[in-house]
Design a protein around this ligand. Structure first.
Ligand SMILES: Nc1nc2c(ncn2[C@@H]2O[C@H](COP(=O)(O)OP(=O)(O)OP(=O)(O)O)[C@@H](O)[C@H]2O)c(=O)[nH]1
Ligand SMILES: [Zn+2]
Length: 345
């Protein structure tokens, strides 16, 4: 099993703009670097850049690297690539305002590059790094990074009665994992009835859940799910702190900015250097396990949730669809989820 504290230290250092050594490969996140930090990172020789294969493809660089067109790409640091230029290379939101000039020279990326980019994604940062500089604030093994799973370290941290609008006798349970700042919660509605609970895996959506965003269907889905559980008399809402399908709030808002430029929800994620869905549903399976539930009815349209839970040993005798009428702002989003992400209704 991976060392979760080493991964946590490395994630934390990247977020604070400090260099990290991944099996000896020193990296500094472009997004959190400042001029002083970059100057010391560059102290011995100017560091290069490391970007995701998807970002390289957008910059028309992937085809310069033979053999691994979809893997990370290292860009040699030409003298004109200062912090502002590196930021423009990292962040596709700026492509329209700052058309990239180049030329770029690519080099082979070290085997640890995948782990280094995964660390940036775990930190909620764009997967774009300065690489090969001097110093490190935290050291971590590439294998530890690749093997890290939040679900392996999950514990129940607290539980309490929580009367809610649909169920005055509900109970809330909070979960924590060493190595991860996310605090997930479960809301238990009603009482065990002898049959499998109706379960909803809901991924956090600040804009939809709390602000009433019309760009997605999250708020209405959440309220519909709670009502269905209360009606049935026994249900569990798993509220997962996986904002933006696991890319974090800031990156989701970057994806929204790309959607304003005409990209759909899947392409926007890919252009940012993420997968279309970065969520790990094993954490939901671990929560169910800690609650003593390994047989459930699942309220979802997303076949990946069903497969993700079944892969972790949760039996799902029934999938219950969750249909919310579209509005003019989310119909394209719902359509893209059906066409590209296999959502069923
Ligand atoms: N990256 C990204 N995330 C989004 C976008 N719109 C909504 N989200 C996030 O998508 C997630 C939606 O999660 P869910 O409603 O649990 O799941 P789902 O995959 O739609 O599946 P079901 O609703 O169960 O059918 C939330 O984390 C939202 O923050 C978007 O355009 N880009
Ligand atoms: Zn949403």
């Amino acid at each position: 099993m991976s060392d979760p504290r080493a991964v946590a230290r490395a994630v934390d250092a990247l977020r604070r703009g400090w260099p990290v050594a991944v099996d000896g490969l020193s990296v500094l996140a472009i997004e959190t670097a400042d001029d002083g930090g970059l100057a010391s990172f560059d102290a011995e020789t100017p560091a290069d850049l490391l970007i995701s294969g998807n970002r390289a493809a957008t910059l028309k660089l992937a085809n310069q690297r033979e053999g691994t067109p979809t893997g990370p790409v290292r860009i040699a640091r030409a003298p004109w690539i200062d912090l502002a230029a590196a930021t423009a290379i990292a962040d596709p939101q700026r492509d329209l305002a700052t058309p990239l000039k180049g030329p770029f020279r690519t080099m082979p990326a070290a085997p640890e590059s995948n782990a280094a980019l995964r660390l940036a994604r775990l930190a909620g940062l764009l997967p774009a790094l300065f690489v090969g500089g001097a110093g490190s604030e935290a050291a971590v093994g590439a294998d530890d990074v690749m093997a890290y799973r939040e679900a392996d370290h999950l514990r129940i941290a607290s539980r309490a009665r929580l009367p809610v609008a649909v169920a005055e006798t509900a109970e809330i349970v909070a979960f924590r994992s060493v190595g991860d700042a996310a605090e997930h919660v479960a809301l238990l509605i009603g009482s065990p009835s002898g049959s499998p609970p109706l379960v909803r895996l809901h991924s956090e959506c600040l804009t939809g859940d709390a602000l009433g965003s019309l760009k997605c269907d999250c708020g209405p889905q959440l309220r519909h799910a709670l009502a269905a559980m209360a009606d049935g008399g026994w249900g569990i809402l798993l509220y997962l702190r996986q904002e933006g399908r696991g890319i974090g709030l800031v990156n989701k808002l970057r994806a929204y900015a790309l959607q304003d430029q005409g990209f759909d929800t899947v392409d926007a994620n890919l252009r940012l250097g993420f997968g279309d869905d970065e969520r790990d549903f094993s954490v939901a399976a671990a929560m169910l396990g800690l609650l003593g539930q390994n047989r459930i009815r699942l309220l979802t349209n997303n076949p990946r949730k069903v497969a993700g839970l079944e892969a972790e040993g949760i039996a799902i005798p029934e999938r219950v669809p969750l249909a919310i009428p579209p509005n003019p702002h989310n119909s394209a989003y719902l359509d893209a989820k059906r066409r590209k992400s296999g959502h069923q209704l």
